[in-house]
Write a protein that binds this ligand. Structure first.
Ligand SMILES: [Zn+2]
Length: 425
């Protein structure tokens, strides 16, 4: 009986592996960039197609085309035309989704530029874009047939900005390719940019689990110059002419630093292999922003920048939620407490067996009181995801909550590690 079981497991694993390899054969060298605008209100969304490009390189892993975790507020899928087999899937959390839950979105129409990236298919494919509803279901909002020989697909030579290679460990398809773009650095400030990137990535690679996986990363610093130094601070009537139009006061929050002009960001990357985009803003003021599989932003010169740099990448790389619960975020219904959130480091206890259940190794009360005796232990602590009731975090203190934690908690570390390893299969 035991032997039979082993044979079955071996057979199942080999089927999965060969399925992944078969899928990889459906793609060729290069990538597709599919541009559109999200246009909508708090309860509606329309996808307005803009342009499609063939890019020379794709930074992703051909062995993980359909095995990325089902995280994100949106996801896109590619199916082989005819067989209807899933050949690529990726989830992401765009800025548009966060805007949709602001009060502004109840009164105004918003428009946000977005690109989807996937490896270049050898045959025509069917593209499906879905949003995650408040009830947690996937709802299809857009479909298109991607025709590989459509003569409108732009296929140009793309200029590549000067690149300072900070870390190189090998081929992009087997490594995590982190590209850092200069924002608010003038042409004559590129030495400072290189030194800022090194300082902040050095702080990243001494933090677990990044410290254990430094050799799985390529880090490229893209020298994209701005006309002026710094960034926009709309609440203080300060505006600077910069490469990507970054600004504080996103959705009214003084420290929320994001980028309005995503098209310019993507244009700068057309000739580069990448997995994660980090915009480093030449600025002393505290701030940042991080979005799963979409964007990471951080200011360079604040005393807390090394912490913010790590925290935002927790969102961007691993889809981690904020574990803090006292904040001035101006969102309505960020989390539906009737369902289990998709983020790996918070729970509503509705399907806790799918979360960090197995990482609770000690006899500990659940929920776990926020008392000194449980400091540093993995439990289930009420408070997280911007609310102090109904949402629970794995530890009392973690970098997804506050700087004083000194590190990512074991649950966040495990999620980050899984995300890293997925790029190296
Ligand atoms: Zn954590």
């Amino acid at each position: 009986m035991k032997h039979l079981f082993l044979v079955f497991v071996f057979y199942s694993l080999s089927t999965i592996v060969s399925a992944q390899e078969d899928v990889a054969e459906l793609f060729t060298k290069g990538a597709v960039r599919y541009d559109f605008e999200f246009v909508g209100h708090h309860n509606s969304v329309e996808v307005v197609k803009k342009q499609t490009k063939y890019l020379p390189v794709w930074g992703g892993n051909y062995n993980a085309l359909t095995s990325m975790p089902d995280y994100g507020t949106y996801r896109y899928q590619l199916f082989a035309l005819g067989s209807n087999n899933l050949i690529f899937q990726k989830g992401f959390s765009p800025l548009f989704w966060e805007w949709q839950i602001t009060n502004e979105a109840k009164q105004e129409t918003g428009s946000f530029y977005q690109s989807l990236f996937f490896p270049k298919p050898v045959s025509d494919a069917f593209l499906k874009l879905q949003e995650r509803t408040f009830g947690g279901e996937w709802n299809t909002i857009f479909i298109d047939t991607f025709k590989v020989d459509d003569f409108y697909i732009i296929n140009e030579k793309y200029p590549v900005p000067p690149i300072d290679t900070v870390t190189f460990n090998g081929v992009p398809s087997k490594h995590v390719d982190l590209v850092v773009l200069a924002e608010g650095y003038r042409e004559d400030e590129m030495k400072k940019f290189s030194s800022d990137v090194r300082r902040l990535t050095d702080s990243l690679f001494v933090a677990a689990p990044f410290s254990l996986h430094h050799n799985k990363f390529n880090v490229l610093a893209l020298q994209t110059p701005s006309v002026e130094s710094g960034t926009d601070i709309p609440g203080e009537h300060l505006f600077r002419n910069t490469a990507f139009n970054s600004h504080y006061y996103t959705f009214g929050s003084p420290r929320y630093l994001t980028v309005s002009d995503m098209k310019r960001v993507y244009d700068a990357l057309d000739g580069v292999a990448w997995d994660y985009i980090y915009i480093l803003v030449n600025e002393e003021r505290y701030g940042g922003g991080g979005f799963y599989n979409f964007l990471n932003v951080c200011s360079s010169d604040n005393a807390r920048s090394p912490f913010v740099f790590c925290h935002e990448l927790g969102h961007g790389l691993a889809g981690l939620a904020d574990e803090y619960y006292s904040s001035s975020t101006s969102y309505n219904d960020f989390y539906n407490q009737e369902i289990e959130p998709w983020e790996p480091n918070i729970t509503t206890m509705i399907r806790f067996n799918k979360k960090w259940f197995r990482q609770i190794t000690e006899k500990i009360p659940v929920p776990t009181p926020r008392e000194a005796q449980y400091a540093g232990k993995v439990g289930v602590f009420e408070g997280g995801g911007y609310t102090n009731k109904g949402i629970y975090s794995p530890v009392m203190s973690c970098w997804m909550k506050e700087e004083s934690a000194g590190e990512f908690c074991p649950v966040c570390q495990k999620s980050i590690e899984e995300a890293i390893l997925l790029h190296c299969k």
